[in-house]
Design a protein around this ligand. Structure first.
Ligand SMILES: [Zn+2]
Length: 322
């Protein structure tokens, strides 16, 4: 063979090889392309399925959102109406509070008025229950009615009386004051006995007759027209001590008299007819209960019961038993 032919044959063979190779390559490429196309198609199909599902989900979510929006609207409405209710309630509450305060003020005013009225009624009741005779000034021309009797009596403890066999009576409300006084005198080692206390109108008359029989017209020195009313009141006592045989004379010289001058006012007792009085003879043994307030006032001012005007004395009736 010649050289050129060989070269040609070789060239041809090489060319054929290249062609064959290229053909092979082409087939490979075609296969790859198909595979890719398939893959793309698959992916597209997947994507489409996914987006369809997403679309459905979104639709579902939208629907839920719209449902929720509805609920929010409902809740807002409820909230608004609750707010309205609250505002109404608050306003009502404030109105009620104001009304309550107003009513309470009215009630307070009212109870205050009631209190005032009760106070007045109490004062009037106390006054009406306190016998005005208990603070009356008596004289030869003005004395107690013969039918007058104290509201109640108590028996004076016999250890304080001149004659334990006799009953000595005193106004029951005055007795605690007298008892305290007698007990204090005993504590102070002062002998102080009751020689006379309540005397009825008739007893007084009998006493006077006896004195008259004994002393004639001089009887008035012992048994006063003035003094007897005070004994008939049941608030007045005559004191005596053994020192002068329980007599009247000389009583003003006894420690008992000095003790009474110093202390009796604290128990509401005063001397009706003290030394140098303008109304009647000196009766140091004769003491009348006029209440602690008036007795203290007289003691403080150094005045006598019978020196005061009746209207001045009457102011103490309200506190007679205080
Ligand atoms: Zn007397």
């Amino acid at each position: 063979m010649n050289k050129s032919l060989l070269s040609f044959a070789l060239l041809l063979a090489a060319g054929g090889g290249v062609i064959a190779y290229l053909g092979y390559e082409n087939t490979l490429l075609k296969e790859n392309k198909l595979a890719l196309e398939n893959e793309v198609a698959q992916t597209e199909s997947d994507l489409s399925a996914t987006s369809e599902k997403l679309g459905e989900d979104i639709k579902k979510l939208n629907s839920e959102i719209s449902g929720l929006n509805g609920e929010i609207k409902d809740l807002s409405y409820l909230l608004d109406s609750a707010k309205d209710d609250l505002a109404t309630t608050t306003a009502e509450r404030d109105a009620y509070r104001e009304k309550y305060r107003h009513e309470k003020r009215r009630m307070d005013d009212f109870s205050e008025q009631i209190g005032d009225i009760q106070g007045t009624v109490g004062t009037l009741k106390k006054l009406s229950e306190t016998d005005p005779e208990l603070l009356k000034k008596y004289s030869k021309v003005y004395f107690l009615n013969e039918n007058y009797f104290p509201a109640s009596f108590s028996k004076i403890d016999s250890r304080y009386t001149v004659n334990p066999k006799n009953d000595y009576l005193i106004n029951s409300e005055v007795w605690p004051f007298l008892e305290d006084m007698l007990a204090q005198a005993a504590d102070d080692k002062i002998e102080l006995k009751i020689a006379s206390a309540y005397r009825s109108f008739n007893a007084q008359n009998d006493l006077k007759s006896n004195y008259k029989m004994m002393y004639g017209s001089g009887a008035n020195r012992f048994s006063a027209d003035q003094g007897y009313s005070e004994h008939q009141l049941g608030t007045t006592v005559d004191f005596a001590v053994s020192e002068n045989g329980f007599g009247f004379f000389g009583f003003d010289k006894t420690p008992a008299y000095q003790w009474l001058l110093d202390n009796a006012y604290e128990y509401g007792f005063i001397q009706s007819y003290p030394a140098n009085n303008q109304y009647y003879q000196f009766e140091p043994w004769h003491w009348r209960f006029v209440g602690r307030n008036l007795a203290a006032k007289l003691h403080e001012d150094g005045r006598n019961f019978y020196d005061l005007d009746q209207w001045e004395i009457d102011k103490y009736l309200i506190s007679f038993f205080d």
